[in-house]
Design a protein around this ligand. Structure first.
Ligand code: PEP
Length: 250
C-alpha cells in the first residue's frame, strides 16, 4: 500500500516567531489522527527549531532544498549530512521555483536526488509543465522525461525513498487548479512511466502527490482520484486551519 501524504511547502515565508506560532497552531489542531503522513517544510534556518518543536507530534519536518555536493566551498548551500545531523529525513527536490528562478536543470536535480537517496534521505521529487507546453500537448512527454532523468539511475530499492509531486507550473500559486481529471491522467501516465523504467510493483508503490493551488475546497475531489496520493501544498499550508482541513480531505 502506498502512503498518503500531505506536505506543506512554506517557501521563504515565516520568520522564527511565525514558524513557532504556525507549529503551535498545527499541534493544537491535531486533535485526531489523520489518514495520511503530515509534513511541513519551513525555511532552512528554522529547521532545527521546528524539528525539536514537533518531536511530540505526528508532524515530520522536511527541507525545501539540498545541495548535490557533499561538503566544502559551496557558499550558501546545505548538505545532506547537515540536514541529517539535525534529524531531517526528507527533502523536496526539483521544485519549479528552483528550476525556473535558480536555473536548476534536470541533470542537477538528478544529482541532488542521487546524493540524497545514497545517504538514505527520502525525496519528494517535483515535476510539472508550463502552460505553453500543455497547450502544445507536450506535457506528458516533458513530465515523463523529467521523471526519467531524475530517477532512472536509482536502484529499485532506492525507489522506496522516492515520492513524486506532480505540480503543473501554471497551477502553482495562481489559484488555478488542475481539474481532478487532469491530475489523474498525468499521475496515471507517471505510474506507467515508472513501470517501464522499473517495474509494476514500484509503479504501484510510489506515492504521487498533486501540487498546485490545493485548497480545503478542492482537496477532497483531487485526493479522491485513484492515482492521487495526497498533496504538496504551498499557500494554503501557511494557515494551520486550511492545512489541516486539506489533510482531513484524505
Ligand atoms: C508549491 O509551491 O509547491 C505549491 C503547490 O504552491 P501553491 O499550493 O501555493 O500553488
Amino acid at each position: 500500500m502506498r502512503k498518503q501524504i500531505v506536505a506543506g511547502n512554506w517557501k521563504m515565508n515565516c520568520d522564527l516567531p511565525d514558524t513557532q506560532k504556525l507549529i503551535t497552531d498545527l499541534k493544537t489542531g491535531l486533535v485526531k489522527e489523520f489518514n495520511c503522513e503530515l509534513m511541513i517544510a519551513p525555511s532552512t534556518p528554522f529547521l532545527y527549531n521546528a524539528f525539536n518543536s514537533t518531536l511530540d507530534s505526528d508532524i515530520e519536518v522536511i527541507a525545501q532544498n539540498v545541495s548535490e555536493q557533499e561538503k566544502g566551498a559551496f557558499t550558501g548551500e546545505t548538505s545532506v549530512d547537515m540536514l541529517q545531523s539535525i534529524g531531517i529525513k526528507t527533502v523536496i527536490i526539483g521544485h519549479s521555483e528552483r528550476r525556473d528562478i535558480y536555473g536548476e536543470t534536470n541533470e542537477l536535480i538528478a544529482q541532488k536526488v542521487k546524493a540524497s537517496v545514497n545517504k538514505g534521505m527520502r525525496v519528494i521529487f517535483c515535476c510539472g509543465e508550463h502552460l505553453e507546453i500543455r497547450k502544445e500537448d507536450k506535457h506528458f512527454d516533458l513530465v515523463g522525461n523529467q521523471v526519467k532523468i531524475a530517477l532512472q539511475d536509482l536502484t529499485e530499492e532506492q525507489m522506496s525513498q522516492i515520492v513524486i509531486a506532480y505540480e503543473p507550473v501554471w497551477a502553482i500559486g495562481t489559484g488555478e487548479t488542475a481539474t481532478p481529471e487532469q491530475a489523474q491522467e498525468m499521475h496515471a501516465h507517471l505510474r506507467n512511466e515508472l513501470s517501464v523504467l522499473f517495474n509494476d510493483s514500484i509503479a504501484q508503490n510510489t506515492s504521487i502527490l498533486y501540487g498546485g493551488s490545493v485548497k480545503p475546497n478542492n482537496a477532497a475531489e483531487l485526493f479522491a482520484k485513484p492515482d492521487v496520493d495526497g498533496g504538496l501544498v504551498g499557500g494554503a499550508s501557511l494557515s494551520a486551519e486550511s492545512f489541516l482541513n486539506i489533510a482531513n480531505a484524505i
